[in-house]
Design a protein around this ligand. Sequence first.
Ligand code: PEP
Ligand code: MG
Length: 580
Amino acid sequence: MKALRGIAVSPGYANGNVVVYRSPMLDAVERRTISTDEVEGEFKRLCAALDRAIEEVSVVRQQVAADVGESEASIFDAHAAMLSDPVLKDHVHVGMRENLVCAEVALADEMQAFAKGLASSGNDYMSELAMDARDVGNRLLRHLSLDEGKSPLAELPPHSVIFARDLMPSETVGMDRKNVTGIATESGGPTSHAAILARSLAIPAVTGLNGLLDSAASVSICLLDGARGSLVLDPSDLQRRRFVGRRRKFELSQSLMRLMEREVCQLRNGTCVKLLANINQGSDVDLVGEHNLDGIGLYRTELMYLSAHSAPSHPIQSRHYNRAAAACGDNPVTIRTFDFAVEKHPLFLSVDPSSSLELRGLRFALRQSRLFKSQLRAIVRSAKKFPNLRILFPMVTGWWELKEALDLVKVVSEEEQLEHKMPIGAMIETPAAIFALPEIIEQVDFISIGCNDLAQYTLAMDRSSPGQTISECSLHPSLLRAIRQIVETADRENCPVGICGEAASDPIMAGIFVGLGIRELSVSPARAPVVRYTLRHLTLAEAKRAADCAIHADPSAAMGELQTIFPPELRSILAMGSRV
Ligand code: PEP
Ligand code: MG
């Protein structure tokens, strides 16, 4: 028996079988030695992986050329050339033979050395190729690790609890969800994209579990507590009994909250709050009706691109948008245009891992203008049938880029003969956007606060590192004051303002946001019952008191004080593991 403590990122209890998943990366290849007799078998595996990777790159290239453009597609010529280079095959073969290591290790050694040589060449073009070399190496590793091209996460035994160093969004998206009962990772913060996906799929998850993979050797059963952030390996009978007791209480509290699902989301004094959904993929739209939500406040469209080998065509995209719009009736459906990041970018876009802040939000979309315009066209085409669609631009930092994006929407709307003007919003998730707020508000119909990134960039805290829970970092007075300032400016200008960061899915933070003046919360659908239940037990005066208290408190002590402001019947429910 061994217990590990981490950060709770998705509440719930999982009792299951340990499945260790190691994501293939050039810099984290496990060294496996082989005998002389195994060299040729490994070489065959390498050749098969090379063939599959070459085929994949050629398909991707064709699709990118057709859907995005020739110049974007040409990047894959360099990839194809590297993969087809006989020197690569020879060097890896020699590496296996001389060092008696498996194909993965010999490949990683070769590609790392090759990339290092390119990077230190002092020539800009060669340095850029270093990034391509790493990309090609990771692609090959993935093919080496795949059994007949299938991800090891695509088919899992029932009751699997995934143990991983970290999970990329594309890995989480491709998981065999019906058989995953829990996720445990060594890294990844509470607002990391994998944590967001786990929450939206209602899969209990804990991150920040130091030494997880080392401890997992020879362990088969575990108990994961996604409310407290703990994990017990090979539990004793007593631990099992306690776990079952806690799980029962949690399930009871969840059923109690679900009884209120059909009620409107309003405070005890009658103040109405709109509760919308954050969705990540097409199948999530069914959760909007299931949880009686007032529409979709954030549709993270980039995930649609992650699982594709080429940019999705207009009809494919429109099908997703139409489905979401139809599921919401007259309620708004907010399509957030793609917001790629280093940890969530499509296979068909090559990305330098060292340029993490280049690859974000509207700035990046404007640079990928064909891809961006193609998405706008698909949205506009859907809007012709579904006037409840609205557009939201991510990570806006200044009025000029917003203007460029709005001009594009105008051009596409004219080309597509859209007869109405679509409502357009800007995400406020950087300090720059707060300083530029008056100019931003002047140009848009609504704003949405992305407090995951706003916290990251205001508090200098990496959202992908496990450190604190969502509510711990969201309680920072400077972040709350920033949010209050945004709400006051928006109210003055009559601009609707909502919040769609993960903190809105935490019941206490939701109460505080309402106390700060927000009347539209967009949450992970699975979290809607606890948020609705909490708000229905709170008065506006209590919510304001909670906001005032938090805005002046030391964040590490605030939670205790806040709990006393919340009515007693809520306190006991919230204590049963409903926080994030
Ligand atoms: C945010 O940053 O708060 C947000 C909602 O966007 P994302 O989590 O997709 O970056
Ligand atoms: Mg964001």
